[in-house]
Design a protein. Structure first.
Length: 175
């Protein structure tokens, strides 16, 4: 039969070339057909198409650049959340789907993402810089309102940032 004539041929190839014989054996003697058909060929697929160490370096550098871009944008500060850093880096899908293969990127994200308190302190600093540039002397409540930190006034870091900001305004008056 075709199997002995072409031992390297697969079942599909035999079925295409000897249709009638294959159909007859399939219907009448399926046990013999299964014993004498060639084994299924195992395809060896190379799944390592991506060099993950190189990709990790690329994405971590992109996240660092994204953090600098978000921090140095003109105007009112934007919160450098983990999601904002990923989105700004333009590697959204790779980072979100394969963060387990990108340890350096994960570390950079955790280091550069701001907490709510850090972002609030940065807002206070920005508002104070604007007041100093414009020569305006705000009251404490105006500073709190402009920096939008009224819900975080219980935090000691915010208190310290506000005190430093008010001192900076007074120092700007003296200078």
């Amino acid at each position: 039969m075709a199997v002995s004539a072409q031992p390297e041929a697969g079942v599909k190839n035999i079925r295409l070339h000897k249709k009638a014989t294959y159909a007859r054996l399939y219907r009448k003697d399926r046990i013999w057909l299964r014993k004498n058909t060639p084994l299924k060929k195992i395809k060896i697929v190379n799944r390592n198409r991506v060099n993950w160490t190189e990709r990790d370096l690329t994405t971590s550098n992109a996240v660092s650049i994204a953090a600098d871009e978000l921090k140095n944008q003109p105007g009112y500060p934007k919160w450098r959340t983990r999601a904002a850093l990923i989105h700004q880096s333009k590697f959204n899908n790779v980072i979100e789907k394969h963060i387990d293969r990108l340890p350096r990127t994960a570390q950079v994200l955790s280091e550069l993402a701001e907490t709510r308190i850090e972002f609030a302190v940065r807002r206070v600093q920005f508002v104070i810089e604007q007041y100093v540039i414009n020569g305006y002397h705000p009251k404490r409540w105006e500073l709190v309102r402009a920096a939008n930190v009224n819900r975080l006034l219980d935090n000691s870091e915010i208190q310290i940032a506000l005190e430093q900001a008010i001192r900076r305004i007074f120092q700007a008056d003296i200078d």
